[in-house]
Design a protein around this ligand. Structure first.
Ligand SMILES: [Zn+2]
Ligand SMILES: [Zn+2]
Length: 170
């Protein structure tokens, strides 16, 4: 049985006159073996550890093809680059990304999904996909406030740590 995403990828390649080479297949298997958010170099290292002959350039090129084919998602992580994740047909989630440690937290928020649909509809826009990425500082990287002066709740809700919000801009 062939995975649905592999079929999509194969067809995508065919339309471009490309083949599902051993290298591309190996990368697909590595990325689709589990759900994670992983850097291209990490994938490269793992494949080399498995004695798969694949160049760094091929990894990057193939990942771009997979992103374009819609079977792989790409997340921008701080200044350090990108991470990739497999996408499953019918699955959807968005991300919170920590600027300090690069931690990726997945979430699904029905209200945000609905709002996005409404915005698209308002503009007569047929929504095919969206990516919603919120950058900030995760719980473990957040500076801890000393609680000598009492519980945090009693401190003013200042702007020291900006909570994740999704307010429309401009
Ligand atoms: Zn963090
Ligand atoms: Zn994810």
């Amino acid at each position: 049985m062939e995975k649905r995403e592999l079929q999509i990828f194969r067809k995508y390649l065919e339309r471009r006159g490309l083949k599902l080479t051993h290298e591309r297949q190996a990368l697909f298997d590595e990325l689709f073996g589990r759900h994670e958010h992983v850097e291209a170099d990490e994938l490269h290292m793992r494949l080399r550890a498995k004695h798969k002959k694949i160049s760094r350039a091929t990894i990057y090129r193939t990942l771009e093809l997979m992103v374009d084919a819609g079977i792989v998602g790409r997340l921008r992580i701080g200044e350090s680059g990108y991470r990739y994740e497999r996408l499953r047909a019918g699955d959807h989630h968005d991300h919170l990304i920590c600027d300090q440690c690069g931690r990726v937290i997945e979430f699904f928020e029905e209200k945000i999904e609905q709002l996005q649909d409404e915005v698209a509809a308002r503009h007569g826009f047929v929504l095919l996909s969206h990516t919603h990425q919120m950058r900030g500082i995760c719980r473990s990287c957040r500076p801890r406030r000393k609680s000598r002066e009492g519980p945090e709740e009693e401190e003013s809700s200042g702007t020291g740590v900006v909570p994740f919000t999704s307010r429309p801009r401009g």
